[in-house]
Ligand binder design. Sequence first.
Ligand SMILES: C[S@@+](CC[C@H](N)C(=O)[O-])C[C@H]1O[C@@H](n2cnc3c(N)ncnc32)[C@H](O)[C@@H]1O
Length: 256
Amino acid sequence: MNDYGSRLWEIFFEVYEGLPRQGPGNRRCTERALRLCVGLPRASMIVDLGCGVGGQTLHLADLTTGTIFAVDNHAPSIERLKATLAARGLSQRVQARVGDMAHLDLPPESYDLVWSEGALYNLGIGKAMRICRGLLRPGGFLAFTNAVWRKENPPPEVKASFDLDYPDMGTIADVVTDIQHGGFELIDHFTLPDEAWWDDFYSPMEQRIIELRRKYNNDAEAITVLDQLAREPEMHRNHSDYYAYEFFVARRPAIT
Ligand SMILES: C[S@@+](CC[C@H](N)C(=O)[O-])C[C@H]1O[C@@H](n2cnc3c(N)ncnc32)[C@H](O)[C@@H]1O
């Protein structure tokens, strides 16, 4: 990686690690998706893949009485989540670990619920479905969010942004096809509302960027990176009609 590339990642993490979440989502959406898992045992075994600093992990801990295994491959996020769990007295019930969700050393076909907000796309949804299905007991639930196109012919700025981060992004129908081909029955899906992008994600991100602009006032390279990062919330402000985050809830059939 060149110097600018490593600086970009350094400042990217300096912006993102301090946010309440690393992607769109909120408690109300987590709660709504959880309600769709009808018949989920109260004391269920849950895996949260790509948990980040644990925004949704903490909601799940609050909304269920089960055990949660939360995993992310970014160690500082897991350190922060562990500290939060300890401060809230949740370390017994919620385990946070650094790990790659593609290579988890977890007991197969054992979990009641696999949760993942904004992370499965890193594996590709087809591969993610195989991994999630392998973790779930028959009848177990899968709930995840994923970015999707809402309209064709996005402006060049939007297309370029997703080409960089998620070139295979499809429509809701494409994800539903992947879910069904992955051996799941779709229960339902819904679109995250705008406040789920702003309250815990883009508004604190813009605030953080303002703080870091002050910190790096005399550092042209850092300011260039911050300008680049600031484009994402601005793009959402201008063009969110072209794309969305969708919550999908599905079930592994009880008899397979
Ligand atoms: C968009 S963020 C979402 C974080 C969190 N779920 C939230 O909604 O706030 C995606 C997360 O997936 C994690 N991630 C990406 N690839 C991963 C992998 N192969 N294994 C584990 N975590 C991964 C990233 O470190 C990041 O924390």
